[in-house]
Ligand binder design. Structure first.
Ligand SMILES: Nc1ncnc2c1ncn2[C@@H]1O[C@H](COP(=O)(O)OP(=O)(O)OP(=O)(O)O)[C@@H](O)[C@H]1O
Ligand SMILES: [Ca+2]
Length: 944
């Protein structure tokens, strides 16, 4: 090993010697450069050697004049009985021995001066002390790339003599600035999206704080779908499973418990169960933090449209080359070669619409910024353009269509609805147990205040506040009286949660279940009536209970049932049958205002809306009717509403046959949601999915466009999505749809505009090259047109805002061509006109056409191209700049661009002729085009 390193160094040194022998012929300044270079080179080499050596521990080549100083920075605080290094080592290396030597999780908790139940002290001083001692939970990221990073491609644009310089330079500058800004925007976005809210306990009060405010010693509450905010040790909880794939890349879930693995890593996700952890390392001390600092985001991701465009540009380029090749054969003599090369370059330049990919980037970047204002944060650029072609939107119910502010409005004890005061004390006590012990939420009441604070999932909060306010439950007291033996945490698969517990010092095992009403009901064989008497559940009673559930659900209430059982024997698992039903509560979750309108808008735009929910079929139906997803017509159709299980049990063919008619899928598991999206995609739909929960994550990932909710959405859902809806409102989904269509439309407009130019120029040059042997439009002029005019044109068209009539059209879907028949019609007509004029007149102020044509491109179908013009000031501004540039080029840059000066009369004629393109555009737009794509007549096979 040691030899290896010194070999390495030696080799480099030999290289340096060779370098040092400077040739004597060098001029003075050159010598200086050379020396500077050698200096930099040598220092790099030496540094490299040093790094090499350090990596191979302990091997430090003595020949180098380095002194290694071991900087030991122990800045322990006497206050805590543990130091940062021990803590870092503890979790990072899963050091079980160390943990045991500290006295296990409990010992660690006291060493960190914290408390599992109460958390740390909330005083600012205390928090600050912890921050100073152990650091803060922030990461140093790779610095943003500088503007110059994006200045590349200079060499690639080197076509002709120095005059092209300017043109190329301008384009490089424009694309560099646009890429730079886009990168900065992504940086800003990632700052917004990484500022997650975390549930912690401080001073006994559960509260939400920013992930950046977490300090060592904090007690963090973890629930399904949460991200672990820092490294830590598990202190309390049940059936907690963690998805460590973000760290290890493996997808199996790791169980975390007090007896087994107790370590939790920052950046991992909670897959199941719930619990609490105490934080041991934060920020850059965690493995995640170190990883984050090395990752820099790659914004050079290409969207599908960009890929398609790149293909288009290169194939057009090939066409240009092709006929250029033919010309080569007809030329014989060597001295024609120079001219030929020039012609070749020219033709290639014409043929490649340089501005296209740039235009797409500009359009997307611009829209992304505007969408942020409309409450949509774009995580993946391609989502903007894909959203434009969406044909189906699958949405979940809770939290997207509804407000997620739940409140218990109805309750039944046995077969009696109603008043808590008339119910026997025994039943009320059992409810206290069932609510307080079987929950992931919590209640806090400040000593001074009278108001209660509830935390947890919306359903849990609703139940807790009902129990506290209606049933006078004292949560602390109940928890103190009981010991939990085993817990089955709630998940969307089973839709229930259960607890096995004992009274302190008691013998009797008690099981409590709560969950989806009809599922709990099916587990019961007896029930408690209001007076506390156990009765057998006869068939009649069963039907009675089902009716109760249905009637509550029909009022769009979410139904949760409570069941109970007692056992003398020692059981380990929770009993699942022969339980006693305690009662049923109905939770109201009102529809969001504005949802109905948004649903209507989407449907009007030809986009199908489907609801896939985990809730009861009757509740789902009621909400669907309320939101307008289910019309009275659909209610006749028996296939419009079904349960997830039914869908799951269909054969694949049946599913494909029926899926389009389904409007509401209730009681669906995460897998059912996923399955539905997959089926729709198989039928050729472009599917958008909206969701907030972890149960939506598989569907969000599978969808063409995943939209998650910014406020209530879990981290897992957000991470699986392409767009985050910041205000959680379904109405914003409709806005995103409009933006998507706008982006697609703007890009089409631009393509039409640019291809007109290219087709015209190509034909003219071809005709001229064949007939006269020379090209009338020089490379400089063409580059000018292609790069400057088109880039500006791209800017102008990219910033057209969405209009309402975008929502009047049918969705584009997956298969329609990028260049539609309508576009071909407009394009060919304009190109034809330009060609005829130019061939007749042979003068060179041609790009004036562009200005007029740019107006024409504003609308692909509408005849009035000026509509709404005054609203887009940028468009007008760019037109003015274009005109000025054109005048400057024609009038003053004669030598540079090889143009002819024109007198007033000639200008007038030019403008008049160019203006004719308006009426032509107007006329052409009334020519009908066939529905079928032009190329399909030619039987062209698509390669995609
Ligand atoms: N904390 C809970 N404890 C017990 N049961 C619950 C709890 N929360 C919800 N449920 C039950 O599970 C069902 C919801 O399951 P799921 O999580 O799949 O859907 P959701 O996310 O709430 O709704 P959606 O899919 O429409 O967004 C509810 O209808 C309710 O009956
Ligand atoms: Ca949900």
């Amino acid at each position: 090993m040691r030899r290896n390193v010194s070999d390495h160094a030696e080799k480099k040194v030999v290289g340096v010697e060779a370098l040092l022998q400077l040739p004597k012929t060098l001029s003075k300044p050159n010598k200086k450069w050379q020396l500077a270079f050698i200096k930099i080179y040598c220092s790099r080499t030496l540094l490299n050697c040093a790094k090499h050596a350090v990596r191979k521990q302990g091997l430090f080549p003595r020949s180098l004049s380095y002194t290694a100083i071991d900087l030991d920075h122990h800045q322990e605080d006497e206050h805590f009985k543990i130091d940062t290094e021990t803590l870092n080592d503890l979790v990072k290396n899963k050091n079980q021995e160390k943990l045991e030597s500290l006295g296990g999780p409990n010992g660690l908790v006291s060493a960190l001066k914290t408390n599992t139940r109460l958390g740390i002290n909330e005083e600012t001083e205390e928090i600050e002390r912890r921050r100073l001692t152990f650091g803060s939970n922030t990461y140093t990221r790779q610095p943003s790339k500088s503007l110059f990073y994006f200045v590349h491609g200079l060499k690639e644009g080197w076509y002709d003599g120095g005059s092209i310089y300017v043109a190329v330079f301008l384009v490089v500058a424009v694309s560099a600035v646009s890429n730079f800004r886009q990168n900065r925007q992504f940086d800003k976005l990632s700052k917004v999206s990484s500022n997650i809210k975390i549930d912690v306990v401080r001073n006994g009060r559960r509260q939400e704080i920013s992930i950046f405010d977490i300090v060592v010693g904090d007690i963090v509450c973890l629930n399904i779908g949460d991200q672990v905010p820092a490294d830590g040790v598990f202190v309390e909880g049940h059936s907690l499973h963690v998805d460590e794939s973000s760290m290890t890349g493996e997808s199996d879930h790791v169980e975390v418990s007090l007896t087994g693995n107790t370590f939790l890593f920052s950046g991992t996700k909670i897959a199941d169960g719930f619990g609490k952890m105490t934080v041991t390392s934060v920020g850059m001390n965690t493995a995640w933090g170190q990883m984050m600092s090395h990752i820099s985001r790659d914004t050079n991701e290409q969207t599908p449209l960009q890929t398609r465009l790149n293909k288009l540009t290169s194939s057009i380029g090939k066409v240009g080359l092709l006929y250029n090749g033919k010309k080569t054969k007809s030329d014989e003599i060597v001295n024609a070669v120079v001219e030929m090369v020039a012609a070749a370059v020219t033709i290639i330049v014409v043929a490649i619409p340089e501005g296209l990919p740039l235009a797409v980037t500009l359009t997307l970047a611009y829209s992304m910024k505007r969408m942020m204002k409309d409450q949509a944060m774009v995580r993946k650029l391609s989502a903007c353009e894909t959203m434009g072609s969406a044909t189906v939107i699958c949405t979940d119910k809770t939290g997207t269509l509804t407000l997620n502010q739940m409140k218990v409005t109805d309750f039944w004890f046995g077969l009696e609805s109603g008043k808590a005061s008339s119910v026997s004390q025994k039943v009320v006590e059992m409810f206290h147990q069932g609510v307080a012990m079987n929950t992931t939420g919590s209640v806090f009441k400040a000593k001074s205040g009278t108001e209660y604070e509830f935390s947890g999932s919306p359903t849990e909060k609703a139940i807790l506040s009902w129990a506290v306010e209606e049933l006078k439950m004292d949560m602390e007291e109940v928890i103190e009286q009981h010991d939990v033996v085993h817990v089955e945490a709630f998940n969307s698969e089973k839709k229930r949660s259960g607890v096995l517990m004992k009274k302190k010092n008691g013998q009797i095992n008690v099981v409590h279940w709560k969950g989806a009403a009809e599922k709990i009901l099916a587990m019961c064989s007896t029930f408690y009536d209001g007076s506390g008497v156990v009765r057998e559940m006869k068939e009649d009673d069963m039907i009675q209970f089902e009716k109760i559930i249905q009637s509550m659900a029909a009022k769009s209430l979410r139904c949760i049932a409570f069941a109970y059982s007692e056992d003398n024997e020692d059981i380990k698992k929770l009993k699942e049958e022969n339980l006693s039903l305690l009662g049923i509560v109905g939770i109201k979750d009102p529809c969001r205002p504005g949802v109905k309108k948004a649903v209507e808008d989407c449907q009007f735009a030809g986009v199908n809306i489907k609801m896939i929910t985990g809730d009861n079929i009757f509740t789902a139906r009621a909400i669907a009717v309320e939101c307008g997803i289910l019309t009275s017509e659909d209610e006749m159709n028996s296939e419009a509403v079904l349960e997830g299980e039914e869908f799951r049990n269909y054969s694949q063919e049946e599913r494909l046959k029926k899926v389009e008619r389904i409007k509401v899928m209730a009681r669906s598991s995460p897998f059912d949601k996923f399955l539905m999206v997959k089926c729709l995609k198989e039928l050729g739909h472009v599917v958008a999915v909206t969701g907030d929960g972890t149960n939506d994550a598989p569907a969000l990932k599978e969808a063409d466009i995943g939209l998650s909710m910014g406020i209530q959405g879990t981290e897992v859902a957000k991470e699986s999505s392409d767009i985050v809806i910041l205000d959680d409102n379904f109405a914003s989904v409709a806005t995103v749809l409009k933006w998507g269509r706008c982006v697609y439309n703007n890009i089409q407009k631009f393509i039409q505009f640019q291809l007109t130019v290219n087709v015209a120029a190509l034909v003219i040059n071809f005709v001229a090259a064949v007939s006269a042997g020379e090209v009338p439009l020089t490379a400089v002029q063409l580059l000018w047109v292609n790069l400057i005019m088109d880039t500006l044109g791209a800017l102008a068209l990219a910033t057209e805002k969405p209009t309402n009539d975008l929502m009047n059209k049918k969705p584009i879907g997956r298969v329609s061509p990028l260049i539609t028949n309508i576009m071909w019609r407009n394009l060919l007509a304009q190109a034809f006109y330009q060609i005829s004029v130019l061939l007749v007149l042979q003068f060179r102020g041609r790009s004036i056409f562009d200005v007029f044509n740019e107006f024409n491109a504003r609308s692909l179908e509408k005849k009035n191209v000026f509509k709404g013009l005054h609203k887009n000031r940028l468009f007008i501004g760019i037109i003015v700049v274009t005109v000025v540039l054109q005048v400057v080029m024609v009038e003053f840059l004669k030598k540079f661009a090889d143009t002819e000066r024109l007198n007033w009369g000639q200008w007038g004629v030019c403008i008049a002729i160019a203006a004719v393109s308006w009426p032509i555009g107007w006329l052409v737009k009334s020519v009908p085009v066939p529905e079928r794509h032009f190329f399909s007549y030619l039987k062209w096979k698509k390669r995609s």
